[in-house]
Write a protein that binds this ligand. Sequence first.
Ligand code: ATP
Length: 483
Amino acid sequence: MSNLDNLDKIVSLSKARGFIFQSSEIYGGLSAVYDYGPLGVELKKNIRDQWWKEMTQRHDNIVGVDAAIFMHPKVWEASGHVGGFNDPMIDDKQSKKRYRADMIIEQYIAKLEKDGKEDQAKELQEQLDTAGSRKSLTEDLYDIIMENEIRAPESGAFDWTEVRQFNLMFKTQFGATSSEEDGVYLRPETAQGIFVNYKNVLDTARVQVPFGIAQTGKAFRNEVVARQFVFRMREFEQMEMQYFVKPGTDQDSYEEWLQKRLAWHKSIGIREENLRTAPHPDDKLAHYARAAADIQYKYPIGWQEVEGIHNRTDFDLTQHQEFSGKKLDYYDQKNQERYTPYVIETSIGLDRCTLMVLCDAYREEEVDGDERVVLKMDPRLAPVQVGVFPLIKKPELQEVAHKIDKDLREEFTVQYDESGSIGKRYRRLDEAGTPFCITVDFDTIEKDDKVTIRYRDDMSQVRIPIEKVADVVRDGMKGWSPS
Ligand code: ATP
């Protein structure tokens, strides 16, 4: 069993094996920005492919788009991001550290609870809840921090600035001149690229409500509290699907997508006990949402959102209609009625999902007195699916191994390895999550034309004919479940 109390082991395995590196590491890194290495890029691609297959290929009424990162600045006014995509921040003047003001209060409440001061904690929680639902949020949060003399978590100082709203969007210049109108944002979510293409898709893709548009791509947020590895990054990748439905059918569709998405997480081999859904209480809903729930994973840092499912009503299409002046409604020919569709959104972060797969797969086991670190992940996600080894570096064995390696590469990701003892080679690929290893030995060439396939999960070994290798691996890819 893995016993991950924090992300340290995942961070070091990721670096040591080439899953994930800190961005610009040779310059000391760039905070909350990460690069994917040779194993990471394959893992991420396999997860993305599984998502894409599930969200487009398996449906005859969901199509894909790939919208640009830059969008017309008006998009972000319409979406509410220019006015409202803000977090209330407060700075500790002594340590110069910046915190989310509401988080500071939450932490203080948790401490009160731990100290048995439940009444005080409850009262403060009520104050915080009502502050969150009023316009004067920054002043209210500031007052709570002052009245309770809440100190900075790290420095212990009580020396705060005012609470200020901090916009999470990155802005950059567009074109050669730099007048204010030229400013564009790096998109903070991929969803708006779908809304602005809703009419294009409707006019060209022969879809009828209900239908969906799916997209994967980069999003950028100038996150203030951005630690915790790839859980919270400033540049990350989202996989989103907006499903356009007739008003009145929206709640049923929302419930259905929530269940479908939860089932998908289990289908890629995430252990059921580490997944749960968490509906947002009505008073915590975003202004545009009628209902929302997180799909949460039990990360080593606690239960956290990996995906959000939202009933966004007709908010986005109505806003874009108003700001662009273009009609974005829908004419239902069969029933001869016109309406603006409601949108059910499923929104997952690919990096958070990759982190979930790594955490869920990570195991430390004792084998013959030695520790084995192994990533037990769904074989379809494994960055290297098959390892091929000659038992030792002898030309006759190498030749057969190379031939097997070449044949398998047409269908699977393969790594050929001939250096070090067989045991070491198995361990290296265990850490990469490789489900199958094929070894060519002297019996292969002298006796039986068979090779040994060794299975990652239980380390069992079976001899199989060379011509059956691809079939056995293909079969092994299906129906995996975590042990
Ligand atoms: P959180 O409350 O954790 O900040 P959010 O509610 O702002 O997340 P959404 O705006 O609903 O997140 O974005 C959808 C998904 O995008 C999230 O479920 C998450 O997987 C991913 N995501 C959001 N922000 C980040 C980030 N800074 N780094 C990595 N992934 C992110």
